[in-house]
Design a protein around this ligand. Structure first.
Ligand SMILES: *Cc1c(COP(=O)(O)O)cnc(C)c1O
Length: 497
């Protein structure tokens, strides 16, 4: 039953439910699956199935200590009318590209695909492991995880959720979504710092033995809703297969044909999920990893050197403003033969020198990936071009992906391979940058909320429920702190002395 092990200690093994509860392994490693069972892509039933049935087949291969009934319960509780479209993921085809619209959930970003189901995993995992303590979900967010986690965990009995976001690093809509969150078990805190400060702070708190002990004595135990939690990654595998079967159904490819996958990347979670799909039998030609100007991953994929000693930039694709991509650790581990010593060495080097370099034999294995980046200017012109050419509105993150895909085509001439692009957010979540791109004008004098109506008018797109009248909601969370006060703030919330 223990099919997951730690990247930093291959002898630390857990079941799915234990991994979900723990978040991180004892020595700060991440849990990874021991094996990847194949999905039989030639099975004709996949040309008929809906999202939920496909979810069942895929989740069954990972939720090793959940029974059939339990998995179905999780799926039905997660993927329901909270999503704006009945098919859960809608797909838009433009020439050789299929945009997987992963943003039809309650918070308008792809994070809903996993965070609407993680709380269900967590509830059952708590019961299975007879965990009587209250679970405290600690989350660092670059904007989208926070709201999606709050939405998923609000009013869940036996669970509290604390979200830290960089005060100037999120869009007006993202901020409004979080600070208006209802639910007695929710706490939202702005940090004077960037996402990496928030994420490092959370990781340090997870690894703080003394603080964990105090927490335990007070009836609490920490877990995580970030993509370091294995329960976040597994649901993200589903839609890559969904996109693939859709391409077959629409006669764009034959079963077995290889496709490209393009993912706008921050923490390397979503693209890692596509790589896991590949390990389960999804035929992939190239993984195209798209970054914004914080292009530490582009450099890594080109050189095998990961180096965060560089300026941190805030951009119009804030959910990708990240220098330390946590899930890269899982990917590198997968290139080795359970070499936990190497992982510890690399991660220590990252912590002390802000840098590591892969050994040569691993560098060679990066060639399944193509890394590229787009700056704000080309992101904006991409939004404009796609809108003018196809009357299709994409958000800033998706535009980064599309631009990097265009660069890839130019470099490789790989125009034959059909391509899935993960479209990760609704344009209404990043309205200012999207509208400014489309009408080519600076809109500083208007609020995001005015711009939402304007974008709707110009493009004829309906305003999604999730942002409708968001500005009229009461602000319930007002705490702003420096990163070194995160621990104290948590203790305050939980009323720990
Ligand atoms: C989180 C997020 C990303 C990056 O996803 P990772 O899994 O962190 O790589 C990209 N786009 C949007 C809109 C996001 O919210």
């Amino acid at each position: 039953m223990k099919m997951y092990y730690s990247t930093r200690n291959v002898n630390e093994k857990v079941s799915f439910s234990e991994g979900v509860l723990k978040g991180l392994s004892t020595n700060g490693g991440l849990f990874v699956p021991e094996n990847f069972e194949k999905i039989d892509i030639f099975n004709k039933k996949y040309l008929e199935v809906d999202y939920k049935s496909l979810a069942f087949d895929i989740l069954s291969k990972f939720l090793n200590d959940f029974d059939e009934e339990e998995i179905k319960w999780c799926i039905n509780e997660a993927y329901n009318e909270k999503f704006e479209t009945e098919d859960i993921v809608s797909i838009k085809d433009i020439e050789n590209v299929s945009f997987l619209e992963l943003y039809r959930g309650p918070t308008l970003a792809f994070k809903d695909m996993a965070l609407s189901i993680l709380p269900k995993f967590m509830k059952l995992s708590k019961e299975k492991n007879n965990e009587k303590k209250d679970i405290v979900i600690l989350t660092a967010t670059s904007g989208d995880t926070g709201k999606a986690a709050l939405e998923g965990f609000a009013n869940n009995e036996g669970i509290k959720i604390i979200v830290f976001f960089p005060t100037d690093g999120v869009s007006e809509v993202q901020k409004a979504q979080m600070v208006t969150q209802t639910g007695d078990n929710t706490f939202v805190v702005a940090i004077n710092g960037n996402f990496d400060d928030a994420q490092s702070g959370v990781k340090d708190i997870f690894n703080d033995t003394e603080f964990n002990k105090i927490l335990n004595e007070n009836g609490y135990v920490f877990s995580s809703a970030n993509s370091i939690n294995i329960g976040r990654l597994v649901p993200q595998i589903i839609y890559y297969f969904y996109g693939y079967f859709n391409l077959i159904k629409n006669n764009k490819i034959k079963t077995g044909d290889k496709i490209n996958v393009v993912v706008p990347t921050g923490n390397f979670g979503n693209i890692l999920a596509s790589y896991y799909a590949f390990k389960m039998g999804l035929p992939v030609n190239k993984f195209i990893c798209a970054s914004n100007i914080n292009n530490v991953l582009t450099d890594f994929l080109n050189t095998g050197i990961y180096d965060i000693n560089r300026e941190f930039n805030t951009t119009i694709s804030p959910s990708m403003d990240i220098l330390i991509s946590s899930n890269l650790e899982r990917f590198i581990e997968s290139l080795t033969d359970k070499n936990d010593k190497l992982i510890i060495e690399l991660m220590n080097s990252l912590k002390t020198n802000g840098k590591y370099e892969l050994p040569n034999n691993l560098k060679e294995k990066l060639n399944k990936f193509y890394g590229g980046f787009a700056d704000d200017k080309s992101t904006k012109s991409t939004i404009k071009n796609v809108y003018e050419k196809y009357s299709y509105v994409i958000d800033t993150h998706t535009a980064v992906a599309y631009k990097v895909y265009e660069n890839y085509l130019e470099e490789t001439n790989d125009t034959d391979t059909k391509t899935l692009i993960a479209s990760t957010a609704s344009p209404f979540k990043f309205t200012r940058a999207v509208l400014e791109s489309i009408i080519d004008k600076n809109l500083d004098n208007k609020s995001d909320f005015e711009l939402i109506e304007e974008l709707s008018k110009i493009t004829n797109l309906e305003i999604p429920k999730a942002v409708f009248e968001l500005n009229k909601k009461e602000i319930l969370h007002k705490t702003v702190i420096n990163p070194n006060k995160m621990k104290d703030t948590i203790a305050d919330f939980l009323k720990i002395k």
